[in-house]
Design a protein around this ligand. Structure first.
Ligand code: HEM
Length: 566
């Protein structure tokens, strides 16, 4: 059968369709209109909305099976010629012009490219994607943008508060804007240029590497490695039951916590289709682990995590770094940003002003109670039906609800209520078993909290963004079971469906790739990585203190002006 041909579409035509409310992205040089599929999409609508107006080829390849990719052909409406220049998607504040506004032409095409880069730092909390950017607003051609002379001398890590001059700091917003510029400049210095030629080379090499990974069989799951995992899980579960039977509640709680801690890693693998690579099979494995054995919703986690993988470390869009009012890893959260994931303003309120000031000290304590919060979020997700209600994943919610019933029966009724005699013992058992899972929460935060949260615009390639916002943890191979594959986050973000037990082998290939294209590969020891995270929290805490001072000064100045005028 002859391959279907599609009409050639200009960037301007695509822009006009998006202005008209269509959800359009580019895949393999084709224009894909996803509107009819949005409500059926197992990955949720937000995952697609963050790709509108962009070339989504690398994101789509990373996150889908070959079958799903095949399905996307049904939604093709045209093709494009040449290099696609990404727009800022509407969900991120991008503005699109209907056809009537301007006619098509090369000059406008050029303006459009430039505009979308200039608007790169526009946040969804701004009314327009064309808000001036502190770094790019005096730039006319992004492809000509100069790297900073001092690039190699800049220390890694966040800009220090002391580097902000008092002139900048004389009002709160200019202080925060200066910080934003500083951090973006650090990234511009540290990472390859965002011009099209450089980014295209990175993408081409990233795709070559993907082919090599496939050729080397690194997508093949090691079932032997999972058999060892299952033995470990079974031993922990059996020990928890045995100790419970003997009335040794504390050792039992520790074993149960360790069992949950370990299970999370396999649920994560399954959630990424990283075991059998079958969407439904892996999801069912994930639901059995997360819901039936752990009482947490896999669907809730996927909904968050899918978006996190697409716009990693974006303060407005990535739910994994949105923990206001308890924690903030970016000074930008001090401006009450609007979360496009939660669809609400993350107010920097009176409570946040207190909690963020002490966040480096409360961080691990908060993480210790993380699992309780996850129950609440799971219930909300399942009861409100926030997951896909139609399409291939419609029934996952019902299986999850059955899983919740099962969990609260065996754990809530069977273990806590029936097997433990006193309320005090029950309380201690629940507390310890849940707090023992803290390292997994720390591990998740570790990968991203100390990495850049700067938005570098729509033309940054997928691999560069993933490596700029994610760090890996160096550990000896025998400790891999403790980190559960999450120590290879950067590699996992580049290729999320690679089975966990092959990530160590993939690491060497990725390191070569990074050296080749000049992207720094962030690799820290476990302790050093944690120090970086606490350092970032301390930085934001100090920035909050400076902001408060700026605001006090302004309030004082206003009062005295007011006083004089009377
Ligand atoms: C018309 C376009 C699309 C179709 C037909 C489609 C189809 C699918 C299908 C069938 C799955 C199930 C997993 C699989 O079999 O691979 C899936 C999952 C997923 N899709 Fe899409 N997709 C589309 C566009 C996108 C876009 C643009 C993104 C953003 C990068 C995206 C992100 C995801 C994610 C993150 C998952 C994982 C869901 C999970 O495991 O819970 N999809 N998609």
């Amino acid at each position: 059968m002859a391959a279907k041909t599609y009409p050639l579409m200009s960037r301007r035509e695509v822009e006009a369709l998006i202005a008209d409310g269509r959800s359009i992205f580019i895949l393999d040089q084709h224009v894909v209109k996803a509107d009819p599929w949005l409500q059926y999409h197992p990955g949720g609508d937000k995952a697609i909305l963050h790709m509108v107006g962009r070339d989504a080829t690398d994101e789509v390849t990373a996150l889908h099976s070959a079958d799903a990719r095949q399905q996307m052909n049904r939604y093709r409406i045209g093709k494009i010629e040449g290099r696609w220049a990404n727009f800022v998607p509407p969900i991120q504040g991008g503005k699109f012009r209907p056809l009537s506004e301007l006619s098509d032409g090369s000059e406008e095409f050029y303006t459009n490219c430039t505009t979308s880069i200039l608007s790169s730092t526009a946040s969804s909390s701004h009314s327009s994607s064309r808000a001036p950017s502190p770094v790019f607003d005096d730039t006319t051609d992004p492809t000509l943008r100069k790297r900073h002379a001092s690039s190699s001398e800049n220390p890694p890590g966040p800009a220090s508060v002391s580097s902000i001059s008092s002139a900048d700091a004389d009002d709160g917003m200019s202080f925060l804007d200066t910080l934003t510029s500083e951090k973006m400049n650090l990234d511009l210095d540290k990472y390859p240029s965002l011009d099209f030629a450089t980014q295209d080379t990175i993408v081409a090499k990233y795709r070559d590497l993907h082919q090599r990974i496939k050729d080397e069989g690194l997508y093949k799951c090691s079932y032997r490695a999972y058999a060892i995992e299952v033995c470990r899980y079974s031993m922990l579960a059996a020990s928890a039951l045995l100790f419970l039977h003997w009335g040794w509640y504390v050792p039992s709680a520790i074993c149960l916590g360790a069992f949950w801690h370990q299970l999370v890693f396999t649920a994560h693998d399954a959630g990424h289709m990283g075991i059998t690579h079958g969407f439904h099979t892996d999801t069912v494995i994930g639901i059995i682990i997360a819901d039936f054995l752990g009482g947490l919703s896999l669907g809730w986690w996927k909904r968050n995590h899918n978006v996190h993988h697409i716009i990693t470390n974006s303060p407005e869009h990535d739910p994994d770094i949105q923990h206001m009012p308890f924690m903030a890893v970016s000074h930008r959260l001090l401006t009450s940003l609007r979360s496009t994931f939660y669809e609400r303003v993350m107010t920097y309120d009176a409570l946040a002003k207190v909690t963020l000031r002490i966040q480096p000290y409360t961080y691990y304590l908060l993480l210790s109670f993380g699992r309780f919060n996850l129950y609440a979020l799971s219930f909300e997700f399942l009861l409100r039906g926030q997951g896909p209600r139609k399409g291939p994943a419609w029934w996952h919610r019902w299986l999850e609800l059955a899983g919740q019933l099962f969990f609260w029966t065996w754990f809530g009724y069977g273990v806590v209520y029936k097997s433990i005699p006193t309320n005090l013992d029950r309380f201690v058992f629940v507390l310890i078993s849940h707090m023992v899972t803290m390292p997994v929460h720390a591990q998740i935060c570790l990968s991203h909290f100390a990495m850049s949260t700067s938005e570098m615009g729509p033309h940054e390639s997928f691999p560069q963004k993933m490596l700029r916002t994610t760090m890996d943890i160096d550990c000896p191979q025998w400790l891999d079971f403790f980190h559960g594959g999450l120590q290879f986050q950067a590699i996992h973000h580049l290729y999320p469906r690679i089975p966990r037990h092959n990530l160590r082998r993939t690491q060497r290939l990725v390191q070569d790739f990074c050296n080749d294209v000049g992207i720094p590969y962030a690799l820290y020891g476990f302790v050093d990585g944690n120090k970086q995270v606490v350092g970032t929290l301390a930085d934001v805490s100090r920035q909050a203190a400076v902001l408060a001072k700026c605001q006090q000064t302004i309030a004082g100045r206003d009062d005295s002006i007011h006083g004089h005028s009377h």
